[in-house]
Design a protein around this ligand. Structure first.
Ligand code: IFM
Length: 445
């Protein structure tokens, strides 16, 4: 009998791309190979907001174990690997002095993928901003967007022709709002004014980077936007208005600026006085044509009015649905909502990838095994949505499970496990979980 994942895979066309994702700071180990400091290192050590003050200095030691890890990707039957470049690894000291060990590491990693028949699905920035840029204001500054364009140039020169696809920035909402308004991620700023600037400059960085990559003739460029499904706490006009505001800040800000060259008016009304001068002139850069669109999807948020939240007037709460170990509700219907909305409103013709989807769970090792059946079920329920929509004719092109390995889960340190492969952080031993075996069975059948 076919398992649920096998059934979905069988219903999808052969060219539907299945992959698995990770990111540099979360797995590589920033102590190795001449990597420079990122603002995450400082945040982990100094902010008091990171569990156990855990940092990414060793992480999964992927810097040394990359061959083992690529073998795991290949042996599961994944045909693509979504990874990120580390900016401080390639340019540890300044924007001119290239770290040869960094170049050599990514050379080997990319060639290692190609040798194994795995398509390199690259992200240029997954949150490890060099500390030198953070000290000068980081994403609140236009300069950072310009430096990001230079860094893009280095990557294109060195690796561009070997990359199947590239997205400049992973989850710009996290880079901007989560890190500058909520302060939950590095640099831990809590200011509407800072957040508004970061919301704009991270988008500008995206657009400038796309321009650079086009100048090299790259033809498969996209964006990776995280989406959270907004549900009003009640049906009063005020709650509905606030839910629209949440949706504008979290979701539409990014789609609309990239695909329609404007910012949503609900969010702009809140940010306008803090926006950088002449920001409107940048929208034509931000809205460069793309070749594909990527969505990272995990959960929903219930929006509840709260007068104590002086800037925005709401807070996000969780409801009664079953939850992952992050406390995130499992709500696959939100994924359907975003896939349809993106196709209808913004990018009907573009191939759509689910670039991250997965769950943290409290995996228990029993008799040398992890039977993470809840994670298999999570993948199953989200793939059901994808298969149904694909069969209805939506242009869905691929799906990436988050994550290959248990890894550094940012402010949660190593306390949360998202991997389909368990990592023992003391020995660095990898142990495939039941979910890995389920993917393997579905993809290699
Ligand atoms: O681990 C993160 C990843 O870095 C970005 N997307 C969400 C994941 C789970 O929180």
């Amino acid at each position: 009998m076919l398992s649920s994942l096998e059934t979905h895979v069988k219903r999808l066309p052969d060219d539907f791309l299945f992959g698995v994702a990770t990111s540099s700071y979360q797995i590589e180990g920033s102590n190795f190979g001449g990597c420079g400091l990122s603002h995450w290192h400082e945040f982990a050590k100094k902010s008091g907001r990171v569990f156990n003050q855990d940092d990414g200095t060793i992480a999964c030691n992927h810097y040394h174990l990359w061959e083992t890890d690529l073998n795991l990707v290949r042996d599961a039957g994944f045909k693509s690997y979504r990874f990120s470049f580390s900016w401080p690894r390639l340019l540890p000291e300044n924007s001119k002095k290239i770290n040869p060990e960094g170049i050599s590491f990514y050379d080997k990693l990319i060639d290692g993928m190609l040798d194994r028949g795995i398509k390199p699905f690259a992200t240029l920035y997954h949150w490890d901003l060099p500390v030198r840029h953070a000290k000068k204001g980081g994403w609140q500054m236009r300069d950072t967007a310009n430096y990001f364009a230079d860094y893009t140039d280095l990557i294109m020169r060195s690796f561009g022709d070997r990359l199947f696809s590239v997205a400049p920035i992973n989850e710009p909402w996290c880079v901007a709002w989560l890190s500058h308004y909520w302060g939950h991620h590095a640099p831990g700023v809590e200011s509407l004014s800072s957040a508004a600037k970061a919301m704009h400059f991270v988008q500008l960085a995206h657009g400038l980077s796309i321009q650079v990559m086009r100048s090299y003739g790259h033809r498969y460029l996209g964006c990776v936007l995280n989406k959270e499904y907004a549900v009003p706490f009640d049906d009063t006009d005020e709650t509905v208005r606030l839910t629209d505001l949440f949706d504008a800040i979290y979701n539409k800000w990014f789609d609309q600026s990239i695909f329609a060259g404007s910012y949503p008016r609900e969010a702009l009304a809140l940010f306008e006085e803090h926006m950088p001068n002449n920001y409107i002139d940048d929208l034509s850069i931000i809205s460069q044509p793309l070749d594909w669109v990527g969505t990272n999807y995990y959960t929903r948020s219930i929006i509840k009015p709260d007068k104590l939240e002086t800037g925005i007037g709401f807070r996000c709460i969780r409801g009664d649905l079953p939850k992952t170990d992050m406390g995130w509700e499992i709500a696959p219907e939100g994924l359907a909502h975003f896939i349809k909305r993106t196709a209808e409103n913004y990018a009907p013709q573009l191939p759509h990838y689910i670039t991250e989807n997965g769950m943290a769970s409290t995996d228990i090792i029993q008799q040398g095994k992890i039977n993470d059946i809840d994670r298999v079920d999570y993948f199953d329920r989200h793939l059901q949505i994808i298969t149904d929509l694909k069969l209805q004719g939506v242009n869905l092109a691929g799906y990436f499970a988050w994550s290959l390995l248990d890894n550094y889960e940012w402010a949660y340190g190593y306390a949360k496990r998202f991997g389909i492969v368990h990592v023992d952080y003391k020995t660095q031993k990898r142990m495939p979980k039941l979910s890995y075996r389920a993917w393997q069975k579905a993809l290699t059948r």
